[in-house]
Design a protein around this ligand. Structure first.
Ligand code: PLP
Length: 403
């Protein structure tokens, strides 16, 4: 036996291997140069041997690259790797998490269709539906994430798609994905899960019955704050439409970013484990501190959905939110007293971040909408990075001292 990589590695060589092996190896097809790492194909177009070859490739009669808005070998390697990690038939990479959501709706819905979106999703997701998709005749309602009866009650005969983020940001609420998938399928609707906060290292929604999963790869998949990107994964039947929309409209992933994400995936599980371990320690510690009124973290026994989190996820994630004694001023004093943790709303980075949701990510909501979403003025969100946990604790202690 030899490793005949000149002919490209066969996918069957990875049959039955574990998550970490897929994270490091899946999707790589070596060129005859014999490169050990993944090659980066920075090319917009591809050449043909003959005019007849060009015609056959354009007609789709012969497989092969035509133009990088359609296919690119580095992007394809990333797609194959993330599909393997999510246990999906196919993955399609996009320029950002938002364009992943746009591609899903544009490919699955038409004017007059109804979409149910969980109330607590990412701010730009709500803007995309409210400001743009509604103008093209997509109807949207927002049931509370965890309330299965509320989802059932919100259905209309035209409901095509359910879209959820579980766990939610910043309050770490969950929905029972398996139960919601059953509700969706009983009414011929598809369930889409934004798996950004867990990544496939902690949760694989397709295995729980979801139809489509999307990510902002900008967050933990890159994990190092370097690049924007997104990905949609699911069955070939649904991905065909997503591919068609992306090829035509153009928000495809750049090969450079795809290369960064390939390297990000290689360390995904060990990073997620370290993120989760530090988040658990900090959440437990914060819960003991005078001056902290409530901690939101599904790894705590005090979290109302702790049992569901244990069943549905293999880790609790790295976003820890808490309410301090006092109001907005107290929260701001806490944040301003930190010296190590970055004051920013981003997450999924090696660097820990701290933010005041009521005046940043949720600042454009009315006070009533904020109250409905459970975002109080004394709420602080920390996305725990990979620094020494003792240093993060010392930094949060500075915040506590400033209360
Ligand atoms: C950041 C984020 C998005 C949007 O992703 P971009 O890559 O910024 O476009 C979508 N969903 C969640 C949960 C996010 O955190």
């Amino acid at each position: 036996m030899s490793q005949d990589w000149d002919a490209g590695r066969l996918d069957s060589d990875l049959d039955g291997v574990g998550f970490d092996t897929l994270a490091v190896r899946a999707g790589q097809h070596r060129t005859p140069e014999g490169e050990h790492g993944e090659a980066m194909f920075l090319t917009s177009s591809y050449v043909f041997r003959t005019a007849a070859d060009a015609a056959a490739r354009f007609a789709g009669e012969v497989p092969g690259n035509v133009y990088s808005r359609y296919t690119n070998p580095t992007v394809r390697a990333f797609e194959e790797r993330i599909a393997a990690l999510e246990g999906a038939e196919q993955a399609v990479a996009t320029a950002s998490g938002m364009s992943a959501i746009l591609a899903i709706v544009m490919s699955q819905c038409s004017a007059g269709d109804h979409v149910l979106v969980s109330r607590s999703v990412f701010g730009s997701t709500i803007s995309l539906f409210e400001k743009y998709l509604k103008r093209f005749g997509i109807e949207v309602d927002y049931p509370p994430l965890a309330d299965l009866a509320g989802w059932e009650a919100a259905f209309k005969p035209t409901t095509k798609l359910l879209f959820v983020e579980s766990p939610s940001n910043p309050l770490a609420e969950l929905v029972d994905i398996r139960a919601l998938a059953e509700i969706a399928h009983a009414r011929d609707a598809l369930l889409v899960v934004d798996n950004c906060f867990c990544t496939p290292a902690l949760q694989q929604p397709l295995k729980l019955g979801a139809d489509i999963v999307m990510h902002s790869a900008t967050k933990y998949i890159d994990g190092q704050g370097r690049a924007l990107g997104g990905v949609v994964v699911g069955r070939k039947a649904q991905m065909e439409g997503v591919v068609g929309f992306l090829r035509t409209a153009g928000p495809t992933l750049s090969p450079f970013n795809a290369w960064l994400f390939l390297k990000g995936l290689e360390t995904l599980r060990v990073r997620m484990q370290a993120h989760c371990a530090s988040a658990q320690q900090l959440a437990e510690w914060l819960e003991q501190q005078p001056g902290i009124e409530r901690v939101y973290y599904s790894g705590l026994a005090s979290h109302p959905q702790h049992e569901l989190a244990k069943r549905q996820q293999s880790g609790f994630g790295a976003v820890v939110s808490f309410e301090v004694a006092g109001g907005k001023e107290a929260a701001w004093r806490f944040i301003d007293a930190t010296r190590v943790i970055s004051i920013t709303t981003n997450l999924g980075d090696t660097k820990s971040t701290i933010a005041h949701p009521a005046t940043t990510s949720h600042g454009r909501l009315s006070p009533q909408e904020r109250a409905n979403a459970g975002i109080r003025d004394n709420l602080i969100r920390v996305a725990v990075g990979l620094e020494d946990v003792a240093d993060l604790k010392a930094d949060l202690a500075r915040g506590l001292a400033a209360l």
